[in-house]
Design a protein around this ligand. Structure first.
Ligand SMILES: C[S@@+](CC[C@H](N)C(=O)[O-])C[C@H]1O[C@@H](n2cnc3c(N)ncnc32)[C@H](O)[C@@H]1O
Length: 244
């Protein structure tokens, strides 16, 4: 059984990122997500303030490895355990990391957090960037957060970025329209932008900001601090509660 089949059986969208999409991802993402690289460098600055120079970081949903490359440069002694159920995305990550200094400090696993080997725990920090919005709020978002909390030291930081908004609100409609306009202004074909919007409306499980906070709390995290926002995208710094 392939990792993608396993992921699909567990209800995670690991096989949504097939080879073609994985290869195009790095070219497209910067024209689709305002401040994508800044998100990674801001994450690095926040973690530099919070964890030891030789800290161990869990990267959940590593994708094509962009945050590993950014964080690997910002923390030249940090060590990384990265997981992602989409083997095609990890294959691109492997190619991009090859020969880079961070390669020797990184272990990649083609799985979700829950399926990491038991020894992969006691992390000083975790990142979960642009992942959780793909999971429905039927216990799946909570399970993801709990699986991260279980592998962090008490008090350890989690940086999480997600699309979030109240999908019943007029603001949600307006913000998605504005986001579409921004993509067109970056040279993306309007038809592709429209298809992307339809995909987001279908596949992204938006929850309001207050629900994000309730999920953090229930999963064993402290109240979060927003540090980045662009259209419907936002990023948060939280910490595992001392007494999880
Ligand atoms: C939009 S990409 C983000 C990748 C990377 N973090 C970045 O900043 O570019 C989302 C990634 O999350 C992965 N993913 C989806 N569900 C996941 C889960 N339950 N656990 C870990 N990764 C997951 C997908 O396979 C995909 O590679």
């Amino acid at each position: 059984m392939t990792t993608d089949t396993l992921a699909a059986e567990k209800g995670v969208p690991g096989n949504a990122y097939k080879a073609d999409h994985a290869r195009r991802y790095d070219d497209t993402v910067r024209r689709v997500i305002p401040g994508y690289d800044a998100l990674h460098s801001m994450t690095g600055v926040l973690l530099r303030d919070a964890i030891p120079d030789d800290g161990r970081i869990l990267v959940v949903g590593a994708g094509t490895g962009s945050e590993l490359l950014a964080l690997g440069t910002m923390g030249p002694q940090w060590r990384f355990t990265a997981c992602d159920p989409a083997s095609d995305m990890l294959a691109v990550a492997r190619d991009r990391l090859a020969g880079q200094p961070v390669e020797a400090r990184t272990t990649l696993h083609a799985c979700i957090t829950d399926d990491l080997p038991a020894a992969e725990s006691g992390f000083d920090a975790a990142t979960c960037l642009l992942v959780m919005h793909f999971l429905p709020d039927d216990g799946s978002k909570l399970a993801l957060l709990k699986s991260i909390a279980a592998r962090l030291k008490p008090g350890a930081p989690l940086v999480l970025a997600d699309m979030h908004e109240d999908p019943a609100s007029e603001r949600w409609q307006r913000i998605l329209r504005a986001w579409a306009g921004w993509q067109v202004s970056n040279g993306i074909d309007p038809e592709m932008v429209e298809r992307g919007l339809q995909h987001v409306r279908r596949s992204v499980h938006f929850v309001p900001r207050a629900r994000m906070e309730a999920l953090f709390d229930e999963a064993g995290f402290e109240p979060s601090m927003d540090f980045w926002h662009a259209f419907q995208f936002g990023a948060f710094l939280t910490r595992r509660k001392q007494e999880a």
